[in-house]
Design a protein around this ligand. Structure first.
Ligand SMILES: [Zn+2]
Length: 717
């Protein structure tokens, strides 16, 4: 079943996943990567549907993707091709078998996969106005085509026949049949024609509303708070440079704090001007909630109502029940149970953090009560006072290239992978991209390709994420994985090393963990590479732990000038400060996850978003000094696609497993413990979704995950 399996995005809880946000950045001066030779244009246009050619079983033809307009007819042709393939399967005169129905369906639509992969990668990494515009056209088309397949009665009859006889199949075949059958039911295969018509309308309507929501939030994020020389008190020099560049880019005088998290958070951390902090904070937390043309409240009301109607149509108690039916948690109650275990202890920690800040504010002679716009500012002061830790000092030991090598070292030592850089023979869509062949070190055999796209630039979305260009599976001649790690580091001057923060290093390992997951999969069928939403972050989160292991620090965290390792006192300080501020971080995240779940378990789906948010946070006893990490009017995770709706809890769910799996290494007293690493890749990474994920965890750990490790890691025990 093809839903553009390739091109999946996985990212951090900071940014929304799913189809890329559109942006309203002004067009760049023409910078065409082609047309430099003066050679005549080829008469025949490049075929975006064709199988990829070149080394490593073929590589993405990034050198033929400059012409955005070409994607439009390519999508139309690819969708037609796919629907024709599916019709042929549905109308076959042969009796339905696993091979001619379920496997054939899973392997169908390769041309559409190829076009989607290229296009949706661009929609994240080179999202020019032309790409943005086309995204708005493509998404409803894809939604309509998928519905046509899910609503095909003849096809579903054949799938049902195979499903009913599934006991005689091999385990992965049985798994695929069950997954396919359940997907079809979930997507409306059992509805009456009238109900299907309504569901199709709902899906189409949602596809448009999702795009509209993303556009409005993006537009609000393009606004700025302007600063003059006298407003810079407390701001580090490098940050002032960022605000100056932002003003220049927008042809403004002075300095500009753009209304995005990456610009706002450091301002709230360092600005000594309390009134300005409040102004910047208010602009940020009210994105999408200004009652103007970019206000999203009405869109949310409509999305939530449509989702509730769809869930009812399908016989589910709520949208959350529908959305979660293919997750590990399975239903909202299980997710709520976990969140309710963590929520009170995190809130308790916030009380302590606020008391610390209040005490320090008094000591500094600041006669204030801590407000939300003060939190980051005084938190940073407490950090300095308590741990004497200077972020800039740590940075000098984290050279980007070394940290990349450190991640490869981890993969070699844990799983026996080797990484060989490929230059010149594989096309890229930007000169900053680097390509590595991943091999099994023992015999040199090919594993897959890893692309890196580490630097920020215009038209690239913010944050960090991994995307897949090709999934690994064995059926139908087989396919080897191609993945990309994306970051947004600031490129230094030519010849100067790029220094990153400790948080950045963790993020790099996180995205690399997603990559390792895909590179390690050994499954038969394409759909078995798709793991549940609340499992996906587990392989990425667990790998963050290796950054601060003694071997990695000693070998790779070397001072950019002296090449000396981090002094022991500095490492000790870093270790001591690890659980600092976890009350804030957990409450900020968890409150958003709890509101998401409350919103999507309401069976009626009639909401006024602002009033709902207020009532729910009041009921939760939300500390008054913190707001949701994403307030509803700007919650891209929930309202730019269905993917993370009723799913923001997933980060916590995955993190329980990540903390508990890391504990498995700690219990052995060795982060490189060979047998534990071997069990991890065998049961967790390589199995994709070929087995039940709860069972896979038990096979690795001998028991279910326990929440204690997570509570300990966050300093709550
Ligand atoms: Zn992630």
């Amino acid at each position: 079943m093809t839903r553009a399996k390739s091109g999946l995005l996985f990212c951090s809880l900071l940014v929304a996943c799913g189809p890329a946000q559109t942006t309203t950045t002004p067009p760049a001066p023409t910078a065409s990567a082609t047309a430099t030779t003066g050679a005549p244009e080829p008469a025949v246009a490049f075929d975006l549907l064709a199988p990829w050619t070149g080394p490593y079983d073929g590589v993405p033809p990034w050198d033929h993707t400059e012409d955005t307009a070409a994607f439009r007819p390519a999508f139309d042709a690819a969708i037609d091709k796919w629907l024709a393939e599916v019709k042929a399967i549905a109308n076959s005169s042969e009796p339905a078998t696993f091979d001619n129905t379920v496997a054939a369906l899973d392997l169908s639509g390769r041309p559409l996969d190829r076009v989607s992969t290229l296009f949706f990668t661009l929609a994240s990494s080179r999202n020019t106005p032309a790409v943005q515009k086309l995204t708005g056209v493509v998404r409803p088309k894809m939604s309509k085509a998928q519905d046509e397949v899910f609503f095909d009665t003849k096809l579903f009859e054949r799938i049902t026949k195979v499903y009913e006889a599934r006991e005689s199949l091999k385990p992965q075949q049985k798994r695929l049949v069950e997954k396919t059958y359940e997907d079809f039911v979930r997507r409306g295969a059992k509805l009456t024609p009238d109900q299907q018509k309504r569901m199709g309308e709902i899906n189409a309507r949602l596809a448009t509303l999702f795009t509209d929501f993303g556009n409005r939030v993006q537009a609000d994020e393009d606004s700025t708070v302007k600063l003059t020389e006298k407003d810079l008190a407390g701001l580090p020099k490098a940050l002032v440079g960022v605000y100056e560049a932002a003003a220049k880019e927008r042809k403004l005088e002075g300095y500009a704090v753009v209304n995005t998290r990456s610009a706002v958070d450091p301002f709230l951390t360092f600005s000594a001007n309390r009134a300005l902090r409040e102004k910047v904070w208010r602009a940020f937390v009210d994105r999408g909630d200004h009652g103007d043309a970019n206000d999203t409240n009405e869109i949310i009301t409509r999305i939530v109502a449509l989702r509730a109607e769809r869930a009812k149509l399908l016989g589910y108690a709520s949208h959350a029940h529908w959305r979660m039916s293919d997750t590990m948690a399975k239903d909202p109650q299980k997710a709520m149970k976990l969140m309710n275990e963590v929520w009170p202890v995190a809130k308790k920690r916030v009380r302590e953090e606020v008391a610390d800040m209040q005490r320090l504010a008094k000591k500094l002679g600041d006669d204030i009560t801590i407000e939300p716009w003060d939190y980051r500012y005084y938190m940073e002061k407490v950090r300095k006072e308590r741990f004497d830790l200077d972020q800039n000092e740590i940075k000098q030991y984290f050279v980007l290239d070394n940290i990349v090598q450190a991640s490869y070292y981890m993969a070699e030592r844990l799983y026996g992978y080797g990484f060989k850089e490929i230059t010149g023979t594989v096309p890229t869509f930007h000169p900053d991209q680097r390509v590595f062949e991943v091999v099994n070190k023992a015999d040199g055999s090919h594993v897959g390709l890893l692309y890196r796209d580490d630097f920020a630039r215009q038209y690239k979305r913010s944050g960090a994420w991994m995307n897949t260009s090709r999934s690994p599976y064995a059926a139908g001649g087989g396919s080897t994985p191609i993945v990309t790690n994306n970051n947004n580091f600031t490129k230094g001057k030519a010849g100067e090393p790029v220094l990153i923060s400790l948080d950045d290093a963790s993020t790099l390992f996180h995205e690399f963990g997603h990559a390792l997951h895909y590179l390690s999969m050994k499954v038969e069928y394409p759909s078995l590479t798709e793991t549940p939403r609340d499992f996906v972050e587990f392989p990425s989160q667990v790998h963050e732990n290796w950054v601060l292991t003694a071997d990695v620090l000693d070998k790779f965290a070397r001072h950019y000038e002296t090449k000396k390792p981090m002094p022991k006192e500095l490492i000790d300080k870093v270790m001591k400060a690890r659980t600092f501020n976890q009350g804030f971080a957990t409450v900020e995240y968890l409150s958003a996850a709890l509101v998401d779940m409350a919103l999507h378990t309401d069976p009626n789906g009639k909401v006024d978003p602002d009033a709902f948010e207020k009532a729910t946070t009041k009921q939760l006893g939300m500390p008054r000094e913190i707001v949701l990490r994403h307030r509803l009017p700007q919650f891209n995770h929930l309202f730019t696609s269905d993917a993370y709706s009723a799913g923001y809890y997933s980060y916590l769910w995955s993190d329980v497993m990540a903390a508990d799996a890391w504990l498995a290494f700690e219990e052995k007293g060795d982060p490189w413990h060979p047998a534990t690493a071997a069990a991890f890749i065998k049961h967790i990474l390589s199995t994709g979704n070929a087995t039940d994920r709860n069972e896979a965890y038990r096979a690795f750990r001998g028991r279910d995950p326990k929440v204690q490790a997570l509570l300990k890691n966050r300093g709550f025990l």
